[in-house]
Design a protein around this ligand. Structure first.
Ligand code: ACO
Length: 428
């Protein structure tokens, strides 16, 4: 393949370098386009064809259903690694040795206390507040307690900011749930592993201890790994673009949480469960909802189906479907919602509308079923997604800052009024 792409505009030819990624992906480097052509830009709403950065963190091939973190396949990581190992891998680029992992774990634990004044902020929220709004606000509020900006050229400062947020975020997640459930805000137990501690902080009753269920610990560990990064998705791009103004790590993460909240992104896991519940309440007629999803005059979409980049299958959905089956079988739960979900998936996979548009169940189609079996309220599902995505956001923010990327500032094609003279109010 040529190493240059040629563009012809009004008879004038312009050449742009073609660059290749390590997985033979091809990109046209258009950095000089506007300057050399006297103002021509590319237009790509939704950025379906636009690479915003070069990144060495996550590789995915949507056509082949491949997802790898730092070169390791998601299937192998979900099977063999712990969430904390994956966190280290994403952020620092290599799987940790036992010694590195133990140090990382104890460094995180050393920062696990959250300033008591955060409780006052949480207290001011109504119980009805959506947990994603609460989590985003609390994450942002952390900046008030740690106001100094991170000197990103100092590895030590960067490391400290990273372990600090990794330590405090699960506390915020747990407190968000406890506030919703009207339970006292408590701490976990630093003797426990990262995921066990999270579960304990979420569910410990004020009058008793919390007994760990290894099936749930395993399932949650896996879910967090599956959600840990997904290259330049909506929330991650938001974190990178917010951080590109040199806004701090915690507020950049808070913007990512807000972006994740929407039902077309992380909020889909809540929307899926609500949809399945609605179908059940309506008599369980999946065909009726299939017809609604296909009707162009009906805004209804089959939540949990389709993906911007996976156009054959979402590898995470395969892993999670198996995990959902195992968790429900191990816990002896028979969930009619799961039957509806399976029915919908089967019908959609055979329906020409879905087949032609390459709409397959995505990761969020099944994650809610596991969260529900764990006793996590539906409104908390997207918070659990945020907990999983935290290391990805951190890794991407760190990469963007250490590569010293320029501020993110897209262009636009203006389609408004051309110049007009101001009319005084009495003449309008
Ligand atoms: N149900 C019914 N039709 C759908 C669905 C769906 N879930 N998803 C896409 N379509 C149709 C569209 O109507 C469109 O049809 P048309 O070509 O006849 O106009 C076609 O499929 C292409 O859809 P787009 O919206 O252009 O695809 P895009 O890549 O922009 O959107 C998205 C991907 C947002 C995920 C979409 O499939 C969707 O809304 N899915 C439901 C929400 C969801 O599950 N989101 C979670 C994503 S995974 C994540 O964030 C972790």
């Amino acid at each position: 393949m040529s190493d240059k792409a040629t563009l012809e505009i009004n008879g004038e030819k312009y050449e742009f370098p073609i660059i290749n990624g390590t997985e033979n992906e091809v990109a046209i480097d258009i950095k000089s386009l506007r300057g050399s052509t006297g103002g021509v830009i590319t237009l790509d709403p939704g950025y379906k064809n636009t690479g915003s950065c070069e990144s060495a963190i996550t590789f995915l091939d949507g056509e082949k259903g491949i997802l790898r973190y730092r070169g390791y396949s998601i299937e192998e990581l979900a099977e063999k690694a712990s969430f904390l190992e994956v966190v280290f891998l994403l952020i620092f680029g290599e799987l940790p040795t036992q010694e590195q992992l133990s140090k990382f774990d104890s460094d995180i634990k050393a920062h696990s206390v959250v300033d008591d004044d955060i409780k006052k902020i949480l207290d001011a929220f109504p119980k009805s507040a959506h947990p994603m709004g609460v989590l985003s606000s609390l994450t942002s509020a952390l900046t008030a307690f740690y106001p100094s900006t991170v000197d990103v050229s100092s590895e030590e400062e960067m490391y400290k900011a990273i372990v600090r947020i990794l330590a405090k975020f699960p506390v915020l997640v747990a407190w968000t749930l406890r506030k919703k459930n009207g339970l006292p805000l408590d701490y976990g137990d630093n003797k426990l592993g990262y995921v066990e501690n999270l579960l304990k902080m979420m569910f410990k009753s004020p009058s008793g201890d919390y007994e760990q269920n290894p099936i749930l610990v395993n399932a949650l560990d896996k879910l967090l790994i599956l959600h840990a990064d997904h290259e330049q998705n909506c929330s991650t791009s938001t974190v990178r673009i917010a951080g590109s103004s040199h806004a701090g790590l915690f507020v950049s993460l808070a913007s990512g949480i807000s972006a994740l909240w929407g039902p077309l992104h992380g909020g889909a896991n809540q929307a899926v469960l609500e949809m399945l519940e609605a179908i059940r309440a309506d008599g369980g007629d999946t065909k009726k909802y299939m017809a609604k999803a296909k009707d162009k005059n009906d805004p209804f979409r089959l939540m949990g189906f389709g993906h911007r980049v996976y156009k054959n299958f979402d590898p995470r959905a395969l892993i999670i479907k198996k995990a959902a089956d195992e968790v429900l079988a191990d816990l002896g739960i028979e969930d009619p919602i799961l039957d509806i979900a399976k029915g919908l998936a089967k019908e959609a996979l055979e329906d020409p509308y879905f087949v032609e548009r390459k709409l397959y169940p995505n990761v969020d189609f099944y994650s809610g079923i596991i969260y529900r079996a764990m006793g996590i309220p539906v409104e908390m599902f997207t918070v659990m997604f945020a907990m999983g995505r935290l290391p990805g956001w951190i890794a991407q923010w760190k990469e963007m800052r250490t590569r010293n990327e320029p501020i993110g500032r897209p262009r636009q094609l203006y389609i408004g009024e051309t110049h007009r003279d101001f009319k005084s109010i009495e003449k309008r």
